[in-house]
Design a binder for this molecule. Structure first.
Ligand code: NIG
Ligand code: FE
Length: 423
């Protein structure tokens, strides 16, 4: 059967393609891919060649949003920490007794069905808020069984809903109670877990929470080097609270990305620029943790660092699936422009998950992942803050969100073609 050809009209197409970043014109897609993006009005010939025309003239059409940092798989929730935070407790104070540890307990106790149901609910919310691809970390099991269960679930999820998932093994998220020290647990990760995760091909990335009192710099280096030798790409939670130098470590090891970076040094900013390591900034986390410091995004951009934005969706420091929240914070707290923000959740976010050759830009040959905002320009999108501006979403050419609602028929068709591609 011939692939369906669709045409989208818009006065505000933000392609994220450096060759033509903003286009007042039209976009053509056929089947799963983009055929063309052009300024001006389509000719009669073009109009005749399409099966469907969608009028988004007063809306902003962007590449499907990419959320390159989430902790998708976890049990329970942590609203009990709110009162502690309001009384002035810091993240690390809460961490001593509860925090990640309490979520690890809940995740171990949860059944696979419960974890699946919870993840599907979050992914549905992400889709309705415009996200089409999401990086998803394990890291709330920490023992062999629960980490593998989390990663296998991440692998299963694209068969059940619309988003693509990029799996990351974050065994080094905290030291579980079975181990006396971070060093001992690092040995277990290196000797047992990395080979197992590799053997089942359960993760593309390995991530480490490099933080004072969690995994110190040298322990983080040891885990990162072993992961690299095992063939994984690297991500590092770096310089979030203490200025430990995790960003410099990420740059030294040519990690794909370093995340958080609120306490990054000037020297490490330059190292990241030189190595091409993407800075994944998580301003919704600073906001939710009630801290005043946001990562120095402007300084990074000026130094030539690739800057991406992510939700950091997790139960402790950012229980929010809506990537637009991070976009608003990036504007009002980090003073990034609407264009810098849109690049950060599309082209740069794709780079942060090593998918920059296929997604994150609206250009010929790329996947037809498209998010449409009910906003006439990028400036209006950031100005009209606090609401969900997403009206339509296309995933691999399927019109999965129509006028704010999920189309179950389009999702079913997408899942059928994924099944077909696997056979
Ligand atoms: O990225 N900082 C480490 N990990 C998460 C928070 C995890 C939690 O508190 O459950 C983060 O913010
Ligand atoms: Fe995180």
């Amino acid at each position: 059967m011939k692939n369906k050809r669709s045409l989208i009209l818009s006065h505000s197409i933000f392609t994220a393609d450096p060759q033509q970043e903003k286009v007042d014109g039209y976009l053509l897609m056929e089947g799963q891919r983009l055929l063309d993006v052009k300024p001006g009005t389509p000719s009669e010939e073009v109009l005749k060649s399409v099966d469907e025309m969608l009028d988004f003239r007063n809306k902003t059409v962007c590449p499907g949003l990419i959320d390159p940092h989430t902790h998708l798989i976890f049990g329970g929730s942590r609203e009990n920490e709110l009162a502690l935070k309001l009384a002035g407790a810091s993240y690390m104070e809460i961490h001593k007794e509860g925090g990640i540890k309490s979520t690890v307990r809940k995740t171990r106790e949860a059944s696979l069905d419960e974890l699946r149901h919870k993840a599907l609910k979050s992914l549905e919310s992400m889709l309705l808020h415009g996200t089409t691809t999401v990086e998803a970390k394990s890291g709330y099991g920490l023992d062999k069984e629960t980490e593998l269960r989390s990663l296998r679930l991440i692998r299963e999820l694209p068969q059940l809903q619309a988003l693509d998932l990029i799996p990351t093994y974050l065994g080094a998220h905290d030291v579980p109670p079975e181990f006396d020290s971070a060093e001992q647990y690092a040995d277990f990760i290196i000797e047992e877990m990395l080979p197992l995760v590799k053997k089942e091909d359960l993760a593309q990335f390995v991530d480490i929470f490099c933080e004072k009192g969690i995994f110190e710099l040298e322990t983080s280096r040891r885990i990162a080097e072993a992961a690299k030798a095992e063939g994984f790409k690297l991500k590092i939670h770096a310089d979030e609270i203490a200025p430990l130098g995790g960003a410099g470590l990420a740059a030294d090891l040519h990690a794909t990305s370093a995340e958080h970076l609120m306490s990054i040094s000037d020297q490490d900013i330059h190292k990241m620029a030189a190595s091409g390591t993407v800075a994944v900034l998580l301003p919704a986390t600073s906001y939710f943790l009630m801290v005043k410091d946001f990562a120095p995004a402007r300084k990074m951009l000026e130094a030539g660092v690739h800057v991406a934005l992510a939700s950091d969706f997790n139960p402790g420091s950012s229980p929010c699936e809506n990537l637009q929240m991070a976009m608003f914070m990036a504007c009002y707290e980090m003073k990034l422009t609407p264009e810098e923000i849109l690049r950060a959740v599309t082209r740069e976010a794709a780079r942060a998950i090593s998918r920059e050759d296929e997604i994150g830009q609206l250009k010929k040959g790329f996947l037809a992942d498209i998010t449409v905002f009910d906003a006439p320009s990028p400036a209006y999108l950031l100005y009209h803050f606090g609401i969900n501006s997403v009206c339509d979403v296309f995933k691999s050419g399927e019109h999965v969100v129509r006028n704010g609602c999920i189309s179950t028929a389009a999702v079913a068709s997408l899942l059928a073609s994924r099944r077909g591609a696997e056979q």
